[in-house]
Write a protein that binds this ligand. Sequence first.
Ligand SMILES: C[S@@+](CC[C@H](N)C(=O)[O-])C[C@H]1O[C@@H](n2cnc3c(N)ncnc32)[C@H](O)[C@@H]1O
Length: 194
Amino acid sequence: MFITKSYTARTAPDFSPLSAASSAGRLDVICRCVISAFKMSHGLRSSVTFYAVLAGPPNPPLVLKVSEPEEELLRDEVTVAEAIANAMRRGHYGGFKVFKGDLSKVLADLTSMGGKIACLVLSEAGEDVLGVCERIRGVDVIAIALGTQVDLDPRDLKVLESLRPYYCSLGPLSYLASHAIVLINYFLDLMSGC
Ligand SMILES: C[S@@+](CC[C@H](N)C(=O)[O-])C[C@H]1O[C@@H](n2cnc3c(N)ncnc32)[C@H](O)[C@@H]1O
């Protein structure tokens, strides 16, 4: 499960999916994160849920929840941006859901699923990923929180404190958010014996 927040992404479906980076306030970053969270060379990862809080103008904050998406909607960034716009118009569309709320709403949604949750906040300055993977063996749900084109701000990190997160580093270099998702998926795959 992934949790992120864009402080700039547009919160109305009045943007062009062809220019999500400009007309939608860097929604392109979220689109790439969705693709990285789910897509494999063949098919989609199962049992992934992706949450993004969208907090740009004109109607913040909105929660985007992607769960069991239709594969063709993840073809590329443009189709993902179209799916998000459609979900904003209709409430849900092909596994994409949009509803009013901030990070606390996301946490309420995920804790309502039950089970033991380990929250990993991805941060260059955190504890080495391999050590964290060892410490979370056997949990039911792994919730990975990360920034977008900027880091999560201190107020949002405070909200995540209720999950007693592990700050988890993929190394000293700063990766794009979508690449950080690929990397953490790789380590979690290794941990699960794939
Ligand atoms: C593009 S980075 C955000 C800005 C970046 N931290 C910087 O200072 O330029 C996107 C997000 O990916 C995650 N991330 C990137 N590199 C990472 C690393 N080496 N270890 C852990 N998380 C990382 C963090 O959550 C970060 O907020």
